[in-house]
Design a binder for this molecule. Structure first.
Ligand code: UD1
Length: 418
């Protein structure tokens, strides 16, 4: 168990680069399975979730080479279509590999995925979509076996715009003969990044970024080199981390339109923003103002920013209200924030945060990826020392978070556990 030790009270200043997106990298790595050729990916973040995904690809039979600036995946010699249960449990997004394996080989076996404990995370929409494509699904002793002679294109109406189900259905149908339409598709920027990468490989997909995506199957895909888009959640996290300290920072390698709802809330909280094409300059006030947030599918306020924003609001002037509409168990971090003196009450989907003057350092534990980042955010402005335990959750999704925060002036050290 590793920990972060944070001495609060340093005002963050300076500039930092945003890393490549975790949530774009994961389906794009899955897409590399489809071609049976070579995929070169730039700006893939160096984080645990990527490590686990590449581990699964290796078990399937892919050859993987990492250089300083890229990852090269050769999927020519895949020998098994079964995702090992142990790795499947490590993270939820491993389900994305299923669509790619079925898309290429017409069969795949996997178990129920694991991941952050932020509420029940069913895969019914994924499986329902697969069935509509003529894929036969057998469930036995926790394992799901998918198979078909050929994938039958279909019009699939998602009951909810699930990010993962949208991506999985795109991956499953890229090589199917005919046109598949996904209606009520998720509109997240990561889905556009997946479409762009697949089209660069030779796929014929249109509509990503809107709620109707059309996939016209192609016979084969080719080698590709692709730059992963910047991580919008990391960008938002760094802005909140600076804002709670009353800091002034510049983010580089960011696509500001991807985080419009976050920027508009930061502005409501009193932050001054100067927005360029790929850069954001932010100056926070000495005391932030309270606000109200409702998480929604894109282009609404992202659920992945809810906890970090919630932590930031613990010392804002006034009472803030958050409504979490996407995941039902995403307030665990607030129990840890209470150890630092935060005044938070939870009722169902709603959190009410009464801003206090200052948090106090305490020993707390990361309960999930974004909840962990929320504790780091809180600790940066707290009085005294905070120890954040179980940071393996944070390392799943943030590349060099401690290093980046140190470069902005934070006093944060990583302590390796036993
Ligand atoms: C992705 C992101 C995650 C983000 C989430 C919502 C990745 C790797 N992860 O997760 O960071 O928090 O989008 O923006 O990209 N649902 C069902 N049945 C299903 C699938 C989903 O009921 O088959 C429900 C979920 O329980 C949840 C909601 O739909 O309540 C959203 O889930 P989904 O959009 O699928 O999120 P993920 O793809 O898991």
């Amino acid at each position: 168990m590793a920990s972060y030790i944070i001495e609060g009270g340093k005002v963050l200043k300076g500039s930092t680069l945003v890393s490549g997106s975790k949530n774009a990298s994961l389906p794009i790595i899955a897409a590399s399975i489809l071609s049976g050729k070579t995929t070169k990916l730039y700006h893939v973040p160096d984080i645990y979730d990527i490590k686990f995904t590449l581990e699964i690809l290796k078990v399937l039979g892919c050859k993987i080479k990492k250089t300083k600036d890229k990852i090269i995946i050769d999927s020519a010699n895949i020998k098994t279509h079964e995702i090992p249960d142990k790795l499947m449990r490590e993270m939820r997004s491993s389900i994305i590999l299923a669509g790619a394996i079925i898309g290429r080989f017409k069969n795949a076996t996997f178990s129920y995925p694991g991941g952050c404990d932020i509420g029940s995370r069913p895969i019914d929409l994924h499986l329902e979509g697969f069935r509509k494509l003529g894929i036969n699904i057998e469930e036995n002793a926790g394992f799901i076996k998918c198979s078909c002679d050929k994938i039958v294109p279909a019009e699939i109406h998602l009951a909810f715009p699930s990010v993962g189900a949208t991506e999985n259905l795109m991956l499953a149908t890229v090589l199917a003969e005919g046109e598949t339409t996904i209606i009520n598709a998720a509109m997240e920027p990561e889905i556009q990044d997946l479409q762009n990468m697949l089209n660069k490989m030779g796929a014929k997909i249109s509509g990503a970024g809107t709620n109707v995506i059309k996939i016209n199957g192609v016979k084969e895909l080719k080698d590709v080199s692709y730059n992963i888009m910047p991580d919008r959640i990391e960008a938002g996290t760094l802005l909140c981390a600076a804002a709670i300290t009353g800091g002034e920072i510049t983010l580089e390698n960011v696509i500001p339109t991807h985080i419009n709802p976050v920027l508009s809330k930061l502005s409501e909280c009193g932050c001054q923003l100067d927005i360029g094409k790929n850069e954001i300059k932010m100056k926070a006030p000495k005391k932030l103002l309270a606000t109200e947030i409702k998480t929604m599918p894109y282009p609404g306020f992202p659920t992945d920013m809810q906890s970090v924003f919630g932590a930031m609001l613990t010392t804002a002037k006034g009472t803030s209200v958050i409504i979490e509409n996407i995941f039902e168990n995403r307030y665990k971090y607030t129990d840890e924030l209470k150890r630092m003196g935060a005044k938070v009450t939870i009722e169902g989907k709603m959190a009410v945060i009464k801003g206090i003057r200052k948090l106090s350092g305490a020993e707390v534990k990361a309960t999930d990826l974004r909840g962990g980042a929320a504790l780091v955010t809180a600790a940066l402005s707290a009085h005294g020392k905070t120890k954040v335990n179980h940071i393996e959750h944070i390392l799943r999704g943030y590349e060099n978070l401690d290093e980046k925060l140190r470069s902005l002036g934070a006093n944060i050290q990583k302590e390796e556990g036993e």
